[in-house]
Design a protein around this ligand. Structure first.
Ligand code: CFM
Length: 475
């Protein structure tokens, strides 16, 4: 079946398959190929498996020291300052964690060199773990990470961590997701989930429990998203016992087996751990979506129903909708009919597609993902109208062509492509780490609408003039 291809992919069959144009007459299984290795030469924006575990799953924890077993490059890449995970210093037992002295933004590297690669780096890893424990005595645990180099030379991180846990008297955990372990960061999410489940869940007890305890899984508190949801749950009388992992501490992961219900917020990166907890400890889980007013309301009601707190859920919804409705109406009047491309890792592309159309009246012309799997592309497909281009792991040339052909008036994307779009004269708002977030929940959706509005209506775009290049211009 011939796909409507992008011109730049005409002679690249491996890429052609990753591009799909929504056509509701086609069978359900028609969708872009995904979760496959990027082809050499394609300028991907994906992250590696190590980025998936450290940059997504564990980096948000407030009281953990991270030791990256690698040459210095991976350490620079994994530095937490690039990710916006704010944390509150309050610990579950009411004490205050000294975040200022600790600086969770730092990671500690083993700085492998050639002789370590030849003779093995395990002794160096031990030395660095000891140094980390000394440098950050407040850290309640130390996590260490394999990387491509240590994966290749075969250093046994588990053995080192076992020895160091005994020596230091605190949890030292090995995350074995060397960069090459899978095609994308998604493999690192997977390893992170299994490691946390097998090494930590069930090893500690919470200071107290209630009948309304939940695990909020796959919520990383990007630009304060978790704090929005936390308020809703508090007002409903529901207690977040553990977060996985935004604004969380190490111990919370260890007592996730004690909750009454798990909510899975990011279903790509964290459904695994919820399933494992259900299988072993009988804690049921539900997949939830709090992006956009309608999903947020529906899912708060679902959680409310589970705990017999539907009325409380309705009260939260009414209060927030009353507050945001006038602003929503304003932004809709300004954004109605504008064309938009949503380009996230995967989940946010399907979370936001319908709300942006329903509440802001915008027309989705393109959806894309970096590491999404079949189930996620199926959702993108279900939520797009015919003719929408759905593309997996787009490269720069493809992005340029999509801008040219589909003419989005704004792209929701990441920092890696933001300035590419700006150079093409198209405003771009960061949907990964946000501009002026949080973007979740009722008020979060208004924050996003406001950022989209100010980006599109910024008078700077009128000043851009495009001149056709004359042949011979480039000297
Ligand atoms: Fe989940 Fe996320 Fe996302 Fe993600 Fe990401 Fe992200 Fe994302 Mo950027 S955990 S999959 S690996 S919702 S960092 S907060 S925005 S690509 S769609």
């Amino acid at each position: 079946m011939p796909h409507c291809l992008l011109d730049v992919d005409k002679d690249i069959p491996e890429r052609e398959k990753h591009v799909y144009i929504k056509n509701s007459n086609e069978p359900r299984h028609c969708q872009p190929h995904c979760n496959k290795s990027t082809i050499p030469g394609s300028m991907t924006e994906r992250g590696c498996a190590f980025a998936g575990v450290k940059g997504v799953i564990t980096g948000a924890l407030k009281d953990v020291a991270h030791v990256v077993h690698s040459p210095v490059g991976c350490t620079a890449y994994g530095n937490g300052t690039t990710k916006r995970y704010p944390t509150n210093p309050l610990m579950p037992d009411g004490t205050v964690f000294p975040i200022e002295n600790f600086n969770l933004k730092h990671i500690i590297g083993t700085d492998l060199n050639e002789s370590d690669v030849v003779f093995g780096g395990m002794n160096k890893l031990k030395k660095v773990i000891r140094e980390a424990a000394k440098e950050y005595p407040e850290a309640n645990a130390i996590y260490t990470y394999a990387t491509c180099t240590t994966g290749l030379i075969g250093d046994d991180l588990d053995a080192v961590c076992k020895e160091m846990s005994e020596e230091l008297g605190k949890d030292v955990v090995a995350f074995n997701a060397p960069g090459f372990a899978g095609p994308t960061q998604s493999k690192g999410h997977h390893v992170g989930n299994y490691t946390i489940f097998s090494k930590l869940v069930g090893t500690k007890e919470p200071p107290k429990t209630t009948d309304y305890d939940i695990n909020l899984i796959g919520e990383y508190n990007i630009d304060g998203d978790y704090w929005v949801l936390e308020k809703y749950f508090k007002e409903m009388g529901i207690n977040v016992l553990s977060k996985f992992t935004g604004d969380a501490c190490h111990d919370e992961l260890c007592w996730m087996h004690k909750a009454k219900l798990s909510l899975v917020r990011c279903q790509r990166s964290a459904t695994y751990v919820a399933k494992l907890i259900e299988e072993k400890y009988g804690v049921p889980y539900i997949k939830v979506d709090f992006f956009g007013p309608r999903y947020c309301a529906e899912n708060l009601i679902a959680v409310g129903k589970y705990f017999g707190k539907e009325e409380e859920a309705n009260a939260v919804i009414k209060d927030r909708m009353d507050k945001i409705q006038p602003e929503l109406d304003f932004y809709k009047s300004k954004l109605q009919g504008k064309k938009i491309w949503i380009s996230a890792g995967g989940p946010k592309s399907w979370h936001f597609a319908e709300p942006i159309n329903e509440f802001l009246g915008m027309e989705i012309v393109a959806l894309s993902g970096l590491f999404e799997h079949e189930d996620g592309y199926e959702k993108m497909k279900d939520r797009a109208k015919d003719g929408t281009i759905i593309i997996d792991d787009p490269n720069t040339l493809e992005m340029e062509e999509i801008v040219e052909k589909y003419k989005p008036e704004i792209v929701l994307g990441g920092i890696k492509e933001k300035y590419l779009f700006h150079k093409l004269g198209v405003p771009s708002v960061m949907i990964h780490s946000y501009e002026n977030g949080p973007y979740i929940g009722f008020e979060g959706f208004v924050n996003m609408a406001k950022d989209i509005y100010s980006a599109i209506y910024n008078p700077a775009w009128k000043l851009m003039e495009f001149q056709e290049e004359e042949p011979g211009d480039a000297k």
